[in-house]
Design a protein around this ligand. Sequence first.
Ligand code: F0G
Length: 349
Amino acid sequence: MSTDPVRLTARHVPLIERYRDRLPFAEGDPLITLQEGSTPLLRAPLLSEMVGAEVRLKLEGANPTGSFKDRGMTCAVSAAVREGAEAVICASTGNTAASAAAYSARAGIRCAVIVPEGKIAEGKMAQILIHGARVIALDGNFDRALALVRELTDKHPIALVNSVNEYRLEGQKTAAFEIVEDLDQEPEALFIPVGNAGNVTAYWRGFREIGVAPRLFGMQAAGAAPLVLGHPVEHPETVASAIRIGNPARWEDAMAAMTESRGAIRAVSDEEILTAYRLLAAKEGMFCEPASAASVAGLLKYGADGASQVVCVLTGRGIKDPHTAIEHNDGMIIRCRAQMDVLEEAVLG
Ligand code: F0G
């Protein structure tokens, strides 16, 4: 009998336990978990009406560190611990680093992260620092950081936990299982932001493993759209800092996923991303980060392409990037003297 007085429901089971039969972990292996996965699939009434399809949002911001990265990180860090690693490292636009820092803290191993200096959202930096990771702020972009960290881990025994690590994709594919379990019907189309292209690759792997094949529509920011252009972008730029990537590591895998699924890779402008970002928050009550809103921006721009069941992946929580929210919103702050008549005017006027 368990000595843990907490009764576990599906929602509380660590991702590796929930899907152990489909993941490369055996009973008794070390399990580094923060109870990730099992995230909500929320109906979006306004979006559904706007595009004439049933639209649902996969809320990956509900993961413990606020992004989908936790699915892959529980696997990558558990495997690193199983292999005796004492330290992990990653290059990151912020979320991978925040997740690596949290899971390393939990595992009691060291963590170093390499981030483009001045280019990651404030909330993510706060997470990385409070978890005690070593932050290396690189005078270069994400693509350069990833190239350097790959070279470094070839020379030193430090586990690389970017999505070039197979365990990351194994963990992330579980989101596809959850979507199919939660929907009455199979999804016909999945809209998803694409940066380093690990996540779209993982979703396709997950869907294929359980024999379903929704069309995958990958969305890149127009200023950082190498897959759309067909060549690397040397100086990627976008308000969606999480996907400010010019040379994705999973390029071929991602393109194969979109071709095989009869989907497409498309670009959305920063303006379109911010419009979707504000609409999600103001009309659907869902505050995601700008990169996540690229999926919905794509749905609004290109339509559901005949699909009646659509899922948009919201990859990360809005509070990670307070700066962008404060800069780009339609809300208002009214300064007010602490006096009833002035207050009445401010509230009712
Ligand atoms: N959305 C968010 C919020 C992300 O943080 C990322 C990637 C993506 C989408 C794109 O996913 O790279 O698998 O295509 N963030 C990485 C990071 C690059 O370092 O946190 P992808």
